[in-house]
Design a binder for this molecule. Sequence first.
Ligand code: SF4
Length: 361
Amino acid sequence: MISQPVTRVGCSRLPRFDACPSTLLDDGGSYNPESEASGMGTAAHTALSEFALGREPDVAAIAGDNGVDPGELGLLVRLGSKAWEAVRDRFPEPRVEVPLEGEVVRGRCDLLHTDGERLAILDWDFGWIGTDKRLQLRGYADAARTAFGMPRSGVVETYHVRVRAGTVTPGTLTAEDLDLFRARVSARLKRVGVDFAPDFGTCRFCPRQLRCEALADYSRSAVVALVEAKPAEIVINDATLAALYPKWQQARKACESFDKLLGNRLDAGALELGDGRRLELVAQDREEIDALKAWPILESELTPAEIAGALKVGKTALLDAIKAKAGRGMKGKAADAFLESLRTAGAVTVKSFSVRREVKP
Ligand code: SF4
């Protein structure tokens, strides 16, 4: 079991640690499910560190050192340099890849500025899917506070840069925010080896996943629930439908869990099915059209009605864009007024549909 108490957690592991403290349990083994995915991340961090320091990164050499595609790395550098333009004023004296050690966390902060008056940190995010970085940023901020002290501005500034999406999410953390964070991490550090919270999402990148009994039990229960759904002689009537409904819910959850279990396994390589058959993940490309760049061509070739027939307008995204342009405290009103204009123009139709819901009289 655990040899000595764990006193610090790496910032990048904070989200999984928050869900399952025992991910930090050091009981041998060297499996690292994140190592393959990290090559491009390491390369992109190196290249953008160079860029932030005012030097031109040698993309081909960095790609070669990390064994990644130079074309994709070049794209990330172009996207990252654009995002950097939006925040560079906040980092007049940038320090890159800064090792930090706090009371309960440690990590390497991508970018940091400190001058006594202000303390600002930035995290590059090269993923396709937006990740919740709040805990990680709190970790860096808390460790930076330990290293440099709380700035005179009274807040640590944080910047989460989603490079592929081209977005920068700024935030501020007060000393009180960081005290609460530190207390939470400290309490959870005492639960390492005690609390296990298996879940296929949480465990997917846990280095312990191949030897974790809690995950093995969880996986077994998913499979058992699936295989125990034996066919029976069923008379279809209201009573049997009602009796089968909870079993169907359970079987559906088991199928979802099995799907995740299988997905996690396939991430590590092909699965032999017997008779020479293999199940493996096959990369596929799907072309997507950038509406903004395509717009002039669409207008030159198609009528507005033809364009409209090919487009789907996302109501939530549209209202989010309106809210983003509205001033503080006016976002809801701006969205309501915008929606009302669309209704007046006859642009909104109501489609009725039914959802299944359990109700009590
Ligand atoms: S495999 Fe899952 S349950 Fe086990 S320690 Fe890791 S995160 Fe926790």
